[in-house]
Design a protein around this ligand. Structure first.
Ligand code: FCB
Length: 467
C-alpha cells in the first residue's frame, strides 16, 4: 500500500496545505442561538465510563494503578488510584438526579466487563440486574441511554491472557457482547461497541502510558486492527439481536503541521490518516488499512466492518501541531504552541475544530453523535465559555448540513482521569473526594447547560405546536 493510496490522494497533493479553520470570535459565540438550528429530538446529555466513576472495579487498570515504572515513578502521575472513585456504583440515584437537574435527555455510560464476567464464562447476575435497573430508571425519567460495551478496561483474565495482543480477545469480546445483547437487548437506545480504538492502542502500546505499557509500533497497529475486528463482530450481534443503532466512539484529534516544511506536512498527513481516518474509512471500505511507514503496513479485508456504523460517534477535545521527530516512535512530536488557549492539561481549546470535524465526515451520510467533548478545568470558571463555543460549532455545522443528532458533555461529574489520576476535573459537577459521601456540587457550567436545555425544549415544543 502506497502513501498516496493510504491517504486517498495523489502524492503531490499531500504538499498542498489544507484549510485551517479560524478561531471563532467572542462576538460570534455571544451572538449565537444554537437552539434555533438544533433538530427536534436532539439528544443533549453527559457522559461517563464505569471505571472512572463507579468505584470498586477490579481490572487491568486496577493492577496498573498499583504498580510503577522501573524508575519507581507511579503509573498514575499524581499517585492516586481509582479506588472508590465517585462511588457511582452505590450512588446512581444521585447521578440520575444530576442528569434531571441539568435537563438532560441523554446519558452515555459504560458497563464494566470485569464486573459482569469476573471469570471467563461466569456471569455476574447481580451486577447485570443493577445495570438493568439503571437502564429502567433512566428510561422512566425520559433519559435515553447510550451504553458502551468496552471503555478502556479489560478483565484481568483477558489481560493476563494477552489482552489485545491476542486474537482470543476478539472471540471473548464477541462472547461478552452476545451476553450483553441477551441481558439488556433493547433497553439501551443506542449501543456503542468500543470507546476510542486508536487511543487504546496509542496510549497502551505506543506511548506505554497505559496498560500494558508497551512501546512498540508494530503491536500498536495490530491492536487497532484487532479492536476494530472486535467492533465489527459486536456491531453485527447487537444490531441483529437488539435492532438498536450501533456505533463507535472515535477520538478525533486535529493534527496541523507545525511549519511549511514538506516533511512536517507529510508527517502530519500520515499521522492524520492513522489517528483520524483509519477507523472511519473501514466503515466505507470494509478493510483495515493502517500504515506506520518503515514499520508495518496492514491492509486486510474484514467484511463485517463494511457498513458497521449506524452512526458515527465523535469524541472531540483538541488539536495538536505536528513536527517531524525521527527519535520518537511515531516519527513526530505533537505540541500546542504557547500562544494557544489551553485547558488544565495543556490541550488546545479549539472549538472551530469541532465544526471542521463535523463537516469533514458529513460525506459519510451517517448520523453523528458527539459522544464526548469537555475540558479539564479545576476552578470550573472557564467551562461555561467552552460549552457555549462548542454548542456554537455544532450550530454552524447543522446550518452547513451536518446531520448531528446528539451531544454528550464529558463529563457529568469529576472522575478518575486514567494516567492523570484525580487531578484534572472535567465534571459539570465537582466531586469532593475527601468526603466519604463524594458530595457533588454544581460548577458554573451547569447553569449554561440548563439554560440551553430549556431553550431546546421550548424550541422543539414550538416546532411541535406548529406541526
Ligand atoms: C477521552 C476518554 C474519556 C476521558 C476523556 C477526558 O479520551 O474517552 O474516558 O478520559 O478523554
Amino acid at each position: 500500500m502506497s502513501l498516496s493510496k493510504l491517504t486517498g490522494m495523489a502524492l503531490g497533493s499531500i504538499f498542498v496545505p489544507r484549510a485551517r479553520p479560524k478561531d471563532f470570535t467572542a462576538e460570534e459565540v455571544a451572538g449565537s442561538a444554537p437552539e434555533t438550528a438544533f433538530p427536534r429530538g436532539f439528544l443533549l446529555g453527559a457522559a461517563t465510563s464505569s471505571h472512572q466513576v463507579e468505584g470498586g472495579t477490579e481490572n487491568d487498570w486496577t493492577d496498573w494503578e498499583n504498580t510503577s515504572y522501573p524508575d519507581g515513578k507511579p503509573h498514575i502521575h499524581d499517585g492516586t488510584k481509582s479506588g472508590l472513585a465517585c462511588d457511582s456504583w452505590n450512588r446512581f440515584d444521585q447521578d440520575l438526579r444530576l442528569l434531571q437537574e441539568l435537563g438532560a435527555n441523554a446519558y452515555r455510560w459504560s458497563v464494566e466487563w470485569a464486573r459482569l464476567e469476573p471469570e471467563e464464562g461466569r456471569w455476574n447476575q447481580e451486577a447485570a440486574d443493577r445495570y438493568k435497573s439503571w437502564m429502567d430508571q433512566l428510561a422512566a425519567a425520559g433519559i435515553s441511554s447510550m451504553v458502551t460495551a468496552y471503555h478502556f478496561t479489560l478483565p484481568r483474565w483477558v489481560a493476563k491472557d494477552g489482552g489485545w495482543q491476542s486474537d482470543r480477545t476478539i472471540d471473548r469480546f464477541e462472547a461478552f457482547v452476545r451476553r450483553l445483547a441477551g441481558a439488556f437487548g433493547k433497553l439501551p437506545d443506542l449501543w456503542c461497541t468500543v470507546n476510542e480504538p486508536t487511543v487504546i492502542a496509542i496510549q497502551g502500546y505506543l506511548r506505554g502510558d497505559w496498560p500494558p505499557g508497551l512501546k512498540n509500533e508494530v503491536e500498536t497497529a495490530r491492536v487497532i486492527a484487532r479492536v476494530m475486528k472486535g467492533h465489527a463482530r459486536a456491531a453485527r450481534i447487537l444490531r441483529e439481536r437488539t435492532g438498536k443503532p450501533v456505533g463507535i466512539a472515535h477520538h478525533v484529534r486535529l493534527l496541523h503541521p507545525a511549519t511549511w516544511s514538506p516533511l512536517d506536512r507529510v508527517i502530519a498527513r500520515v499521522s492524520d490518516h492513522f489517528v483520524n481516518d483509519a477507523v472511519v474509512d473501514c466503515h466505507r471500505t470494509g478493510r483495515i488499512q493502517i500504515m506506520i511507514p518503515g514499520k508495518i503496513t496492514i491492509d486486510e479485508a474484514v467484511p463485517d466492518l463494511k457498513g458497521s456504523y449506524d452512526y458515527l460517534g465523535i469524541n472531540y477535545y483538541t488539536r495538536d501541531h505536528v513536527r517531524t521527530d525521527f527519535k520518537d516512535p511515531s516519527m513526530s512530536r505533537q505540541f500546542v504552541p504557547a500562544s494557544r488557549p489551553k485547558n488544565d492539561l495543556g490541550w488546545d481549546i479549539y472549538p472551530a475544530g469541532l465544526h471542521h470535524t463535523l463537516m469533514r465526515w458529513k460525506r459519510l451520510k451517517l448520523p453523528i453523535y458527539i459522544t464526548e467533548n469537555g475540558m479539564a478545568d479545576n476552578t470550573g470558571d472557564r467551562r461555561p465559555e467552552f460549552l457555549r463555543s462548542h454548542l456554537y460549532a455544532i450550530e454552524r455545522a447543522l446550518r452547513d448540513g451536518a446531520d448531528v443528532r446528539g451531544y454528550y458533555h464529558w463529563s457529568l461529574l469529576d472522575n478518575f482521569e486514567w494516567a492523570e489520576g484525580f487531578t484534572p476535573r472535567f465534571g459539570l459537577y465537582r466531586v469532593d473526594y475527601d468526603d466519604p459521601d463524594r458530595k457533588r456540587t454544581a460548577t458554573p457550567a451547569v447553569a449554561v447547560f440548563q439554560e440551553f436545555a430549556r431553550k431546546l425544549r421550548a424550541a422543539s415544543g414550538a416546532a411541535a405546536g406548529k406541526g
